[in-house]
Design a protein around this ligand. Structure first.
Ligand SMILES: [Zn+2]
Length: 161
């Protein structure tokens, strides 16, 4: 299988995504300059947040399908609001409630920023509101960081309830 951007042969860990590591890094480095068609070519759902604001700057079509929202609905939102974290809906909002310090996705983003290293295939369970229903979702997430942007890729997911 070949990288959909540069045409290089892909290593097995990158086959699900359809993009080689080098091209993925180029995308994260300057996510806003990339055409939607290129981002949408990536087969695994992902979104990118700015390290300074922790707000969403871009996402691919697979991710928008996964959360059943349009990009306009998630642009500039915090991670918890994007994935539909039930705690983000409380009056304090995402990142300020009593549960937020334990939020696995928030902590994963923070760890990525603190270490400036990718976090690979981390298992997280999160209670979310999905299409009007409250559900536990089990996810494997891989992060990458470049140039002040953090990319979160969903390797796989499963609804537990
Ligand atoms: Zn490539």
């Amino acid at each position: 299988m070949l990288c959909k951007y540069c045409g290089e042969q892909l290593d097995p860990p990158h086959e699900n995504r359809g993009f080689c590591g080098d091209c993925y890094d180029i995308i994260i480095k300057d996510p806003l300059s990339f055409k939607k068609e290129i981002l949408d070519n990536i087969d695994l759902p992902f979104f990118v947040v700015s390290q300074s604001s922790q707000r969403v700057v871009t996402a691919n079509e697979e991710f928008l399908n996964f959360i059943s929202k349009s990009f306009d609905q998630i642009a500039n939102q915090l991670g918890g609001d994007v994935i539909g974290c039930i705690h983000a809906a409380n009056p304090h909002g995402c990142g300020k409630g009593e549960f937020c310090s334990k939020c696995p996705i928030r902590n994963l983003v923070q760890k990525t920023i603190d270490t400036q290293n990718p976090q690979k295939h981390v298992h997280v369970v999160q209670l979310i509101k999905h299409e009007g229903e409250t559900k536990d979702i089990s996810l494997h997430v891989t992060t990458r960081i470049k140039n002040g942007y953090v990319l979160l890729q969903i390797d796989d997911y499963e609804f537990l309830s």
